[in-house]
Design a protein around this ligand. Structure first.
Ligand SMILES: C[S@@+](CC[C@H](N)C(=O)[O-])C[C@H]1O[C@@H](n2cnc3c(N)ncnc32)[C@H](O)[C@@H]1O
Length: 343
């Protein structure tokens, strides 16, 4: 199964600088519960440099490099401009996807324009015939964007100490900007992990602002709390541990209907419809609901992919398009973000 499509330039880069053996090693290592194996492989492979020792609790992450390119892998992300996978699950399969993509790339397929970040979509998209050029998010372009995206020092520490995700910096900045544009004072986050996005929102709130965050994983919440404290925003964040449906229902019962300005939803994807209905009640007219991962690594656009998570995300996106209670805007930041403004 292909999880990631590579441009000609990316495939070329993969082919020339990441030996299949290394991919195999990473495939094995990332499907084990411990980072020890991957460190072992990284140390033994003669052309591989260990850029950074892996982080440990609770989500390890490791950066390695060969001659010209580098990549990070771990149970939270796989990045570096070569491949990107977002969250948990069949990590080995993603590496197999990279290998499959390598094998299917023919010699001489490299399009020099792809390396520069621009590919004529009329040619590259075949019969779709989109009139304008599509911007490819290549590694250099991605680095350029990140270099021009501000990031609070504690957000950077959080990202480095706990995990590294391609989209986190851009997403965090986008969420913070939306909160500021709205003048939001009451926010919700569903799905906290170690707190990157919620910290970005909390930092954007005024001193009197409040953010209710919920997650079912108490260990992740402990890490998040540590960073809220470090950034001096602990007093703005109301941390609740439990199932999101229960906590959103509690907020309704506690007089929260129509009281909130902004919500970011980033927990279990198959529950998005339920989270939408519950959160929509909590948000005031003119407020925003933002859903993460709505492109589901591009699988929503591939009619051949019919697994339950992809199908439910596809159905959710389709439903939103015709729901007169919101205006929507789908943007390809990270794994796709759906911004819904309550009418
Ligand atoms: C993708 S992570 C959140 C990442 C975070 N929003 C960020 O961008 O920094 C998803 C989180 O949702 C939590 N989660 C999944 N299902 C949940 C549920 N039913 N109720 C509460 N939390 C849940 C997981 O424990 C995990 O920490």
């Amino acid at each position: 199964m292909i999880f990631q499509t590579f441009t000609g330039a990316q495939s070329h880069m993969l082919r020339s600088s990441l030996p299949a053996l290394m991919l195999n090693a990473i495939a094995i290592a990332t499907t084990t519960p411990t980072p020890a194996l991957i460190v072992l492989f990284a140390r033994r492979w003669p052309h591989l440099r260990l850029l950074r020792e892996p982080t440990s609790f609770p989500y390890f992450n490791l950066s390695v490099a060969t001659g010209t390119s580098s990549c990070s892998c771990g149970n939270g992300g796989w990045d570096g401009g070569l491949a990107y996978s977002y969250w948990g699950g069949a990590r080995g399969l993603r590496v197999q996807a990279a290998k499959a993509s390598l094998q299917s790339t023919k010699e001489g397929e490299l399009d020099p324009r792809a390396a520069e970040g621009l590919v004529g979509s009329e040619e590259s998209s075949g019969s779709h015939g989109v009139g304008k050029q599509l911007l490819q998010l290549t590694a250099p372009l991605h680095s350029y964007i990140l270099a021009h995206t501000p990031e609070h020092e504690v957000l950077r520490e959080l990202r480095r100490e706990t995990f590294e995700k391609w989209s986190s910096q851009m997403q965090g900045q986008l969420l913070a900007m939306l909160v500021k544009i709205l003048g939001a004072t009451h926010c919700i986050e569903v799905g906290v992990y170690t707190g990157y996005s919620s910290l970005a929102v909390a930092l954007a709130l005024p001193e009197s602002g409040r953010l209710v965050v919920c997650d079912r994983d108490s260990r992740s919440l402990e890490v998040a709390r540590k960073f809220y404290l470090r950034a001096g925003v602990n007093h703005k964040v109301d941390v609740r541990c439990g199932l999101a449906v229960d906590i959103l229902t509690d907020l309704q019962k506690q007089g929260g209907i129509g009281r909130y300005d902004f919500a970011f939803i980033d927990a279990d994807k198959r529950m998005y419809s339920q989270y939408y209905e519950l959160t929509l009640e909590l948000i005031r007219p003119g407020g925003l609901l933002v859903f993460d991962n709505v492109l589901w690594r591009g699988k929503v656009a591939d009619s051949q992919v019919k697994d339950k998570k992809t199908t439910s995300m596809r159905d959710f996106n389709k439903f939103l398009l015709t729901d007169s209670r919101v205006h929507v805007c789908l943007i390809p930041v990270g794994d796709g973000m759906m911004i819904c403004r309550k009418v």
